[in-house]
Design a binder for this molecule. Structure first.
Ligand code: PEP
Ligand code: MG
Length: 578
């Protein structure tokens, strides 16, 4: 039995036979010298190969536009742009004339050099571009060599398998027979890689970044893959298999329960009603939000749009993404958060800097206020998309009233700009502040005067309250919502909202944490927003609660002096609920 640990990229469990995809990164590329006179003919050959590759990519793009989301289709659009890139062609011509080698070698050698540069970048987005370069260059080389794209097409998989690959080209992922690919394990890739995006969009459990799995696993070997924990077990023994299969059954059973729960209200036994909403990063996740009975989108992390290089700065691109989500959600509210880049989400395209303390640096609303034109572009896209549904706008990392007022003033300007251009837009929308910095929680009463709602970002609120880097596993043990300071911040925020007659929501991971549900209900939280698949289990818990008892629990937890005391209160309460 062998266990591999990688990056959990798409949740769910898969058990099945491995299909190892033969991905040949370095096919035999002929290499020979040519004369100066022959260079023109080689260049001519390249032009024909480029035209052929372009036709192939265009047809993939058309297919993707029909069958998939805009974001996925854009992958092929970016391939087309690479094929047409004059700069790239100039570099090829230059190298051809200087080295006087055959054109396939020149293309391969240049692509390898570019890929290496990109792969050595510390930025995952650059590293992902290397995959696109590989995809495009191998297509051109195959076309030069008149070789079929691959020995085996993933479209021809005929039985259920767990696909194991060194790397997958986005085009491979597009054509693969999704009905037979039950899981995906890959040496390469990260959560932001195109393949991860596609796996999530297709709802295929995936573990990426496994380094060597494609070399260590053989065709037909039995695998268990857990896309939520990032674990792949090869040749599992009977016990492991039985345990994982049981887990899968439970997972499915839990998922099936949602059919019963999805139309039932998230209401305690004594009639206290809360809203359960979904967090999304990509428009296509809306389908799952609805599937799990979400009552809206509580957090749309718009910064993920910036992962499509070169496009996010276009108002129309953003407008379309927001419109798509709003249309799909119908009358249900969709809270779009303005970009939260910086910190751990560096987007090189928007020149966020290397900072000494990025989490305390030029992040979120600070970045937006420093780029008013970019910020207003995003706000206009949101306002305009608002005519297609029920949009709400939310600002991340508000530290005090000044930032909120500045953001609101720019929102007014964005409204005026839409008016001036005679563009229809949603005039009357709710605008809220995220409460994720202690200073915001402490001044929640002041912020409430200018907010239509609050949303508690507990991932950051815990991080900043306890000075514990949320991405550093060494101090992870300190990251505790049960700390009395965090509980007081939560209470203060929720109470301040209610005193001003506005709702308090939560969109940090804590909202989907079953161990926190009773306290949060007791504190009076109005809305919980979480990963869509967490909605049914949280709803089930809420439906078994009693508000008065939850209030008593919250009261006791607030009086506790330490994390241990809070934990003890919760345990005593859970063991013997009043
Ligand atoms: C949070 O901080 O809790 C939150 C929801 O925002 P993000 O995780 O995107 O920082
Ligand atoms: Mg946050």
């Amino acid at each position: 039995m062998k266990t591999f640990t990688g990056i959990p990229a798409s949740g769910g469990l898969a058990v099945g036979k491995a299909f190892v995809y033969p991905y040949d990164e370095t096919p035999d590329i002929p290499r020979y010298n040519i004369t100066e006179d022959e260079a023109a003919a080689e260049w001519e050959r390249l032009q024909k190969a480029l035209a052929k590759a372009e036709a192939e990519v265009k047809s993939l793009h058309e297919r993707a536009s029909r069958e998939m989301s805009r974001e996925q289709a854009d992958i092929f659009q970016s391939h087309l742009m690479m094929l047409e890139d004059v700069d790239f062609q100039d570099q090829i011509r230059d190298r051809l004339e200087k080295t006087l080698q055959n054109i396939e070698w020149v293309v391969w050698d240049l692509a390898r050099e570019i890929k290496q540069k990109l792969m050595s970048s510390s930025d995952p987005i650059f590293r992902e571009r290397a995959v696109d370069i590989a995809d495009v260059s191998s297509r051109v080389i195959n076309s030069l060599l008149s070789v079929a794209r691959s020995r085996f097409s993933l479209a021809d998989i005929e039985e259920d398998v767990i696909l194991v690959a060194h790397d997958l080209m986005p085009s491979d992922a597009l054509v693969m027979d999704k009905s037979h690919v039950k899981g995906l394990a890959m040496d390469m890739g990260s959560r932001t890689s195109h393949t991860a995006i596609l796996a999530r969009a297709f709802n295929i459990p995936a573990v990426l970044g496994l380094s060597v799995i494609s070399r260590e696993i053989h065709d037909g070997e039995m695998l268990v893959l857990n896309g939520s924990s990032g674990i792949v077990v090869a040749a599992p023994d009977r016990q492991t298999l039985a345990r994982e299969e049981k887990e899968e059954k439970q997972y499915r059973k839990q998922a099936d329960k949602l059919v019963v729960l999805r139309d039932l209200p998230a209401e305690t036994k004594d009639g206290y009603r809360v809203m359960l909403k979904a967090n999304i990063e990509f428009p296509e996740e809306v389908e799952w939000a609805l599937h799990y009975g979400s009552e809206g989108i509580g957090l749309y992390r718009s910064e993920f749009l910036y992962m499509t290089p070169g496009r996010a700065a276009e108002e129309e691109f953003q407008y379309e993404a927001y419109s798509r989500v709003l249309k799909a959600m119908g009358k249900l509210p969709v809270t779009i958060r303005t970009v939260d880049i910086g910190g751990d989400k560096v987007v090189p395209e928007l020149f966020t800097l290397n900072e000494k303390n990025p989490l305390l640096g030029w992040r979120a609303i600070r970045f937006s206020l420093a780029h008013p034109e970019l910020f207003k572009l995003q706000l206009r896209a949101m306002l305009r998309a608002g005519v297609h549904g029920n949009v709400r706008i939310m600002f991340p990392m508000i530290s005090g009233i000044e930032e909120l007022e500045q953001a609101l003033a720019l929102l007014d300007e964005a409204r005026r700009e839409c008016k001036k251009k005679k563009q229809p837009f949603a005039e009357d929308i709710e605008v809220g502040a995220m409460i994720e910095i202690p200073s915001a929680a402490m001044t929640a009463d002041i912020l409430a005067e200018k907010s239509d709602f609050f949303s508690l970002g507990t991932n950051d609120l815990v991080q900043y309250s306890l000075a514990v880097d949320r991405g550093n596993e060494k101090v992870n043990y300190l990251s505790e919502f049960r700390h009395p300071a965090v509980l007081r911040f939560l209470k203060r925020t929720i109470d301040a909202a209610h005193e001003k007659g506005i709702k308090a929501a939560m969109c940090g991971e804590l909202a989907g944490d079953p161990s926190a549900t009773a306290i949060l209900v007791g504190l009076g939280l109005d809305e919980f927003s979480m990963t869509a698949s967490s909605i049914p289990p949280i709803k089930q818990i809420i439906r078994g609660l009693n508000m008065e008892a939850c209030k008593a629990l919250a009261g006791k937890a607030l009086q506790a002096r330490s994390i241990a005391e809070v934990r003890a209160e919760v345990e005593a309460w859970t063991a013997d609920p009043p």
